[in-house]
Design a protein around this ligand. Sequence first.
Ligand code: DGL
Length: 234
Amino acid sequence: MNNKAPIGIFDSGVGGTSIWKEIHKQLPHEATIYLADSINAPYGNKTKEEILSLCIKNTEHLISLGCKIIIIACNTATTNAITYLRNHYQIAFIGIEPAIKPAALMSKTSSIGILATKGTLSSELFVETSKALALNIKITEVVGEGLVKLIENGEIASPQTTVLLKKYLEPMLAANIDYLVLGCSHYPYLIEQLKKLLPDNIQIIDSGQAVARQTQLVLSSNDLLSTSLIKTKT
Ligand code: DGL
């Protein structure tokens, strides 16, 4: 595999560009191909089988374009399909999972909130991880029903989005959380809105930087880091 080959990134839509931004910041010498499967968005309410079959299609497309590694920039896709993909394709995969572990470790109120899709919160991978952490900490899980569609439509600050966010934050505020985990790669686009609705003592945490760091590590250990700046044609 050529180290100048592009990094392939996919998501159900525009959400994974929040991850792409971090990749570009931390690995500016890398070429990237971003696949937004917007026609099939949202993934969050689909069955595991449907999510898996879309992930296989996205993976095969990125492999056919010569990618050297694939970033699944979608929590729903990662938690439902990464094990299968790793077992069936030779290419390395980087996934994204809700950052509940760091939030649980840093929480002083021993109470954290997570906003994610139904597909992520009900996945085996997420249920197992949260079960282990829930022994020491209270985790308030809320499905962000409808948010992905609004973000895909560019309605980041619309009244409808604010109404939904207020509703979803209510049980978390009642549980005295001090960390809000964004468990969907679309949600970082709501950070400004969320900050307006949350008291100052609540930190918002997402997984973008961690994914970029992990990508760098895996590329470097496989000797696949691109070292030269990409020249763009003008
Ligand atoms: N951006 C996605 C995630 O991280 C998928 C959301 C969806 O399509 O429902 O979960």
